[in-house]
Design a protein around this ligand. Structure first.
Ligand SMILES: *Cc1c(COP(=O)(O)O)cnc(C)c1O
Length: 382
């Protein structure tokens, strides 16, 4: 790694780990579209086979490590590959604590895959440290956080959870997708492993699937490297290039999207067809001070409930600007009907107990003109 880790995040994002192609000076790290590398005189050089490492991927891996304060980064073919690979640090017989309103894909992984591998999870309100303490078992080896959680925006106290876990030798994981390293740096707060779906804000253009993991612990990094190389769900060279390109403008995109989200949250709160708005930046957001103690911004994603179910269909059919889809973090605004899209993998009865209602909409603010967005939303809610 070069000396770029001493720069501020905006500079790191633009210049990244490699800055430019070390061999030619090209302004972008090229797409090293090769599966293997010549072993001069039979000796392996810096790279030997592309699953183990290649310069295009290495650039984004070292960049996420720099941004999060990790010792090494890992890039995967999707956020789910990143989550599965990070959770491979657990062993058969281990118990895992996860948030009760966790991301739908992670819910599926934790309920459909991990139990067969001998790893069982408890779903806990991770915003309540006492609930976490009460859920601990002698074999609890991992706690996974999402804060703010998705889509209900519960806020876990990252420092308190990390401290509790550390005192018991439990590994802590955090899915930092919603905040990005620009707004929240969990390794500084004591978390062991940070995970991103780089499909979202880091890639930023809704044209890429990618996942990233980093840790500040050299031993964990060694294990993660071994898993990544053994499992092989690595980020391809072209996708690494797209991710590197997207990350360069993260700060500008996120600042603009966050401004739009704040304005939309306030206007939606006043709207007669909207029952409630959840956004960590709102003055009356219950866990606002906790969120602000560990993050430097409210992010660009909010959720709101329509007043009744008869509004869902007209709303979704009238909307013109937003993509209506299960994703977030793009330059375009994205509206998600959580019940049928992002949280479709979760049974209806479970969604009910989680507090995910059929009328719940998640909105990931893009960087469009605010008044165009509002006109479209307001007209669709009429
Ligand atoms: C999208 C998402 C994931 C999964 O990432 P993919 O890139 O779609 O595999 C995980 N966690 C959160 C919070 C997400 O939003």
């Amino acid at each position: 790694m070069n000396n770029h880790h001493t720069y501020q995040p905006a500079t790191m994002l633009v210049h990244q780990a490699m800055d430019r192609d070390p061999h030619t000076g090209a302004s972008a790290v090229p797409i090293y579209q090769a599966s293997t590398y010549h072993h001069t005189a039979g000796e392996s050089g810096d790279y030997d086979y592309a699953r183990s490492g290649n310069p295009s991927r290495q650039n984004v891996e070292e960049t996420i490590a720099m941004l999060e304060g990790g010792v090494q980064g890992f890039a995967y073919s999707s956020g789910m590959a990143a989550i599965g690979s990070a959770l491979a640090l657990l062993h058969s017989g281990d118990h895992l604590i996860v948030p009760s309103d966790l991301y739908g894909g992670t819910y599926r992984y934790v309920t459909a895959i991990l139990p067969d591998q001998g790893i069982n999870a408890s779903f806990v309100d991770t915003s309540d440290i006492n609930a976490i303490a009460a859920a601990l078992r002698p074999n609890t080896r991992g706690i996974l956080l999402e804060t703010p959680s998705n889509p209900l925006f519960t806020i876990a106290d990252i420092r308190a959870v990390a401290e509790l876990a550390r005192s018991k030798g439990i590994l802590t994981f955090i899915d930092n997708t919603f905040m990005t390293p620009l707004l929240q740096r969990p390794l500084d707060l004591g978390i062991d492993v940070v995970i991103h779906s780089a499909t979202k804000f880091l890639g930023g253009h809704s044209d890429l699937l990618a996942g990233l993991v980093t840790t500040a612990d050299p031993h964990l990094a060694k294990l993660l490297k071994r898993f990544q190389n053994s499992f092989g769900a690595v980020l391809a060279p072209f996708d690494s290039f797209l991710l590197a390109r997207g990350m360069k403008t993260l700060k500008l995109r996120l600042e603009c999207a966050q401004r739009n989200a704040m304005e939309l949250a306030q206007r939606l709160q006043q709207h007669p067809q909207v029952a409630r708005v959840m956004y960590p930046g709102l003055p009356d957001f219950a866990a606002r001070s906790r969120h602000e103690s560990q993050a430097s911004g409210a992010g660009a994603v909010l959720a709101f409930d329509l007043k009744n179910e008869s509004l869902i269909k007209p709303f979704l059919s009238r909307l013109q600007l937003p993509i209506i889809a299960p994703s977030l973090g793009g330059v375009e605004t994205i509206v998600t009907h959580c019940w049928t899209m992002s949280h479709a993998a979760i049974p209806a009865a479970v969604k009910d107990t989680m507090g995910i209602t059929p009328t719940l909409m998640r909105l990931s603010a893009g960087i469009e003109d605010m008044e165009d967005l509002w006109q479209d939303l307001d007209r669709s809610l009429a």
